[in-house]
Design a binder for this molecule. Sequence first.
Ligand code: NZQ
Ligand code: ZN
Length: 389
Amino acid sequence: MQNFEFRNPTKIVFGRGTENQVGAEAAAYSKRILLHFGGGSARASGLLDRVKASLRAAGVEWVELGGVKPNPRLGLVHEGVRLCKQEKLGLVLAVGGGSVIDSAKAIAMGAVIDHDVWDFYLGRGAPTSALPVGVVLTIPAAGSEASTGTVVTKEEGALKRAVNSDLIYPRFSILNPEQCFSLPPFQMACGAMDIMAHLMERYFTNVPHVAFTDRLIEATMKTIIAEAPKLQKNPKDYDAWSEFMWAGTLAHNNLLNTGRIGDWASHDIEHEISGIYDVAHGAGLAVVFPAWMKHVLRHDLDRFVQWAVRVWNVELDIFDREATARQGIARMEAFYQSLGLATTLDGLGVRGDRIDEMADKCTDGDVHTVGNFVKLDRSEVAAVLRLAA
Ligand code: NZQ
Ligand code: ZN
């Protein structure tokens, strides 16, 4: 196991009706806030009205900025930064999923500097402060509600890039599984995929003696595999959403990578797909992950066999361990397909004619590799994408 430091400062408020506590949580940071949300689901479900009632009761004033699109755009971030500065707002409250939260985190970083926040996404400098961010989560998927990450797309060049900083851990995140009842089955499936991906990125490591976190990750994967089919049958199953939602937060709050080094190549590759084609992040991962696995399988067959046997209940074939591992990948693909997700680029509606461009952008022109389990250069990223096609 590697040396590590672990601290996750996000306060989680979990359960039925907890959105009614948002006013008190927000008031602890500021009485003037930016209320940030997406395209309409929070309004349609009545959540936004309940949030406003709670803010009002706590004496918190707000300025509204809705309209965050999936794969959030830099243009709206700039608008949020302008509002925070002009109106002297002291907290950014995200009501939504990963896209709204990531946009809120970008605004929080941008509101305290006098240069473009995009600089951080290009790796030019790092934030030294940020406004506090609060969250009312509406979709378990990205894990941004308790993560250090924000992923934003710059419209020109369709460049999707990430920043990680301890400064943007949300101060509080309110998780009411009832908010998920209105999620379309496709978004539930994308969420399941993203959560599984966050777990697999951590699972496939070269660090030895990580048995405890292996087991935690396996248990979290098995939870998603067990609960997603229940939600497909009954999207209003509170108990299933509870398990799913909490698993989604723990999959990405950094607990499960303690002592390990994760891979993350599949995420880097997927960000090129959703950056250019504007597909849902989870849907892109369902295509990239199986291809990545087939590409790197032989790097550590034992780890793939362990995963296939423990997570997918594949019977170990001691005479053909590779067949055991491949059976695990096949069962994973069948699971995604059962949720209605495509596992090829073609099925996703993405033509294979921009593979070289994506591989080039992903490695900044072959200047660096992506991934840690196996370091992939530009030609290998293209090979993974061709397998996915
Ligand atoms: O905009 P609205 O109308 O709210 O609709 C959204 C959106 O269309 C809808 N939705 C959300 N909650 C709903 C709902 N519809 C009905 N009922 C509800 N309760 O779902 C759609 C997708 O929302 P989005 O926020 O885009 O989903 P997700 O949480 O999957 O976030 C994806 C973004 O997060 C990034 C991804 O790259 C992508 O841009 N990620 C962020 C990470 C982080 N910050 O740590 C890590 C992840 O790996 C990921 O890269
Ligand atoms: Zn993800």
